[in-house]
Design a protein. Structure first.
Lengths: 482, 326
């Protein structure tokens, strides 16, 4: 993993290496140029040395001839030696262009030296006239040497002119190169610095954005940071935290949902218990009275009335006792028949009740008091508003996977909005119902009992009657469902 | 924004980088052409051609011939000399050449004591061979190895033949020549005089023309004054041809006179094409140059020892002026 520190070190390293390389190259180049300059100067100095030493030799020779002492002889020899050294170094200066003249030059020096030596020899032998003429000769040759030096200088200048101009142009180029190099380095550094700062600030920016998202409560977006330094570590940790928070929130939400469901069912339970209690007011008194009335009616010969009273008493008993128990379909449909007997007595010819049961389906269990409220609704909404010809169909069919129960009337019917409202429990039962249990209560209880939602369906159109369909799973032997 | 900045910086980098690379290339790849060094062990022979008339086309041709021959022989060769017959400078150059111990000196012969002194004593003491070219100096005076150039005596005779052709065998001719005649000019004069001896009808008068233009003009004047019946002028020194002709044409018609000269100056071919000169003796300067270098190399390589001290003669021919042509 690259750390930010490492990055900083790298940037500094690049800068230092760059500077060092440039410095090294320039120093090397400077040294090269300096050497070249030295070589050039050396050439001229060497040639000049020839002229100077030859002139000095002439002077020393003159001194020696006019006043020959050991000391003057030594100086003469030393100046001659100097001239010979200069001559030897001339060999190195030769090239294709000046070979001819330099050879001449060198030979001229040789001749000069010989003449000088001859002059000295003659002088030592006492032949001063010849020595003097040799001296004149030597002097003339020294002049020739100077002239030759100048002419060689000239030809050197001609030969090397382009070279010198190149050197001048070169140094100008060097200046341009320096400026270019400086600006290139600056721009490169700018670029590196920019990229470097970007590599630090960009992840920070991304992280800030992610933190803002979290602050706004959006825990579902993963945090991504394109980086490989400490920031990315931070981002990973941050992302881990986000995932954990997200999990916690989900857990809390689930808990809350469970709790609210619990509360709802408790409420429902309390409500039904309340009704249960309410309807238990003096139940024995009511039963006894109804029984007494039945017997009285029977004794008076009003057998229909007596039967009706028995039905009412049975219905009442069933209502009071069986709310929190399961019953078989058979029991439920028996109560239904009793209820319909009572209603027939009430409506006489206005109501026709059709019943159609599959005997095989009657053994299955279901919550008590589920069908009766539905039939009651059918009577209240389907039959009561009509003048006559009210009809109610009750069917139980044993289908493969479930039991299908249909309760159909030919009453007013309802539109789609009302169906929706009914299913959501938006309509509370009116006064005058036998049990006071509404449609929504029934639907809810069925859903809770079977643990599924699609138990109840309503098919209805305005003016065309209503059909309520229950699809009940086949359940046997359930003691209690609350 | 970020992309823009990076793009701008990158393109700046690219542009600057390009120019920097160009500049670095320029700095590093300098085309410094230094003359190639020479191996010091193998020394080439050095030959110098020295003349006192560097400015004339004749000597330029001699130089060309010698230089091309030197190149063929692969020897170091240089032409030294003075301009406009500068004696002093010329002698100095010869002396420098001798002191410089060149391997051979090819020189335009100069019939003076100083030159002979140098050639005899200095050259001998250094052991440097001397070959004269175009103008000779007698071997007994200069100890030259040989001479390469025209046979000037024959040239004089040839010119006289042409004169006789043109003029017939009677008449008066004036010979104009420098007071200080070169050896070669003397030979020409001798050649002419010898051949004229057979024709007693022809009277030749020799008039000294001096060395300057004024003196030459004066000489021409006096020739015309003293010898009004002159038929022909022969100019030993072609450098004086123009002055003399100007002088003549200022007095009378140029046409009736026969004018002859020897080609070793600048005006010769020009005057010939203008038709003012009737004929000149043309020499072979290129051949002289080449031959002299060749002989020098033969001597230095010990191929021909000794060289023929009588000299090696190059071609001469007569060239007639335009108006002579039918």
């Amino acid at each position: 993993m690259n750390t930010i520190q490492k990055k900083i070190w790298m940037l500094a390293g690049i800068v230092i290496v760059m500077m060092f390389a440039i410095w090294l190259a320039l120093t090397f180049y400077n040294q090269k140029m300096q050497d070249q300059y030295n070589d050039i100067l050396e050439r001229y100095l060497q040639m000049n040395e020839v002229t100077a030493s030859s002139q000095q030799t002439v002077t020393n020779l003159n001194d020696h001839l006019s006043n020959p002492t050991a000391r003057s002889a030594t100086t003469l020899v030393s100046s001659q030696q100097r001239l010979q050294d200069a001559q030897a170094s001339l060999l190195e200066l030769r090239n294709a262009d000046n070979e001819f003249s330099l050879t001449n030059y060198s030979n001229m020096i040789e001749s000069f030296t010989e003449t000088v030596e001859r002059s000295v020899t003659f002088s030592e032998q006492g032949e001063n006239d010849i020595a003097a003429s040799e001296f004149t000769e030597a002097n003339r040759m020294s002049v020739y040497i100077s002239e030759m030096t100048l002419s060689i200088f000239n030809s050197e200048l001609r030969t090397y002119e382009r070279f010198y101009r190149d050197i001048i142009r070169q140094s100008q180029e060097l200046n341009t190169m320096g400026i270019l190099l400086l600006s290139l380095t600056s721009v490169l550094l700018l670029l590196f610095t920019y990229l470097f700062s970007l590599s630090i600030t960009k992840p920070v920016h991304q992280l800030t954005k992610a933190a803002n998202e979290l602050a706004k409560g959006r825990f579902d977006q993963p945090i991504r940071v394109n980086s490989n330094d400490e920031i990315s570590f931070l981002a990973k940790t941050f992302d881990h935290m986000r995932v954990n928070i997200n999990k916690l929130i989900l857990e809390i939400q689930q808990k809350a949902q469970v709790e609210s469901e619990l509360q709802e069912s408790q409420l429902l339970l309390q409500q039904s218990q309340m009704r249960h209690l309410q309807s238990q007011i003096n139940p024995h008194f009511l039963f006894n009275t109804l029984n007494t009335l039945s017997k009285k009616a029977y004794l008076d010969g009003a057998e229909d009335t007596s039967d009706l009273l028995v039905s009412v008493a049975g219905l009442l008993r069933y209502n009071l006792k069986r709310l929190d128990h399961t019953v078989t379909l058979e029991e439920e449909s028996h109560v239904l028949r009793q209820y319909m007997d009572i209603q027939k007595a009430r409506f006489s010819d206005r109501l026709t009740f059709h019943i159609d049961l599959d005997a095989s389906a009657l053994v299955y269990q279901m919550p008590s008091l589920t069908l009766q409220p539905l039939i009651e609704n059918a009577v209240i909404h389907g039959i009561e508003p009509k003048e006559d010809d009210g009809e109610i169909w009750f069917r139980i069919k044993d289908e493969d996977q479930h039991i299908r129960i249909e309760i159909e009337d030919n009453g007013e019917g309802m539109d789609r909005d009302k169906i929706e409202q009914l299913l959501k429990g938006g309509i509370t039962p009116q006064e005058g119902h036998a049990t006071g249990i509404g449609f929504a209560n029934v639907a809810k209880r069925l859903q809770l009992f079977y643990g599924r939602d699609n138990v109840v369906e309503i098919e209805s159109l305005p003016k065309c009657g209503t059909k309520i369909i229950l699809k009940l799973p086949k359940v046997m032997e359930v003691e209690s469902y609350v | 924004m970020r992309k823009k900045v990076i793009f701008v910086l990158c393109s700046l980098c690219a542009v600057l980088g390009f120019f920097t690379i160009l500049s670095v290339n320029k700095v590093l790849n300098s085309e410094w052409e230094l003359p190639s060094a020479v191996s010091s062990e193998q020394e080439r022979k050095r030959i110098v051609l020295i003349t006192q008339e560097l400015d004339t086309p004749f000597w330029k041709l001699v130089g060309e011939g010698a230089a091309s021959q030197a190149e063929r022989e692969d020897v170091g060769f240089e032409i030294w000399g003075s301009y406009g017959k500068n004696q002093e400078d010329f002698l100095k150059q010869v002396e420098i050449a001798l002191h410089s111990k060149v391997d051979g000196v090819i020189v335009q012969g100069n019939d003076t004591d100083e030159f002979q002194q140098l050639a005899r004593i200095k050259a001998a003491s250094y052991g440097i061979p001397i070959i004269t070219v175009a103008n000779d100096v007698p071997v007994e005076k200069s100890l030259r190895k040989t001479y390469v150039g025209s046979d000037h005596y024959a040239a004089g005779e040839l010119l006289m033949e042409q004169l006789l052709d043109d003029m017939g065998d009677s008449g008066e001719i004036v010979l104009l020549g420098d007071g200080n005649l070169e050896y070669s000019e003397r030979l020409r004069l001798n050649g002419m005089e010898e051949s004229l001896k057979q024709y007693p009808e022809i009277r030749s008068i020799y008039i000294e023309s001096g060395s300057s233009d004024e003196e030459a003009a004066a000489a021409a004047q006096s020739a015309l004054n003293q010898h009004p019946n002159v038929d022909a002028f022969i100019l030993l020194d072609i450098r004086q041809a123009r002055v003399v002709m100007q002088e003549i044409s200022s007095r009378t018609e140029l046409e009736p006179f026969f004018l002859y000269s020897f080609d070793d100056g600048s005006d010769a071919s020009e005057l010939l094409t203008e038709g003012k000169l009737d004929a000149i003796i043309e020499q072979s300067p290129k051949e002289m140059g080449a031959k002299s270098v060749e002989m020098m190399m033969k001597w230095l390589r010990n191929e021909v020892v000794p060289l023929d001290s009588a000299g090696y003669v190059t071609d001469i021919r007569i060239v007639e002026g335009k108006d002579e042509l039918p």
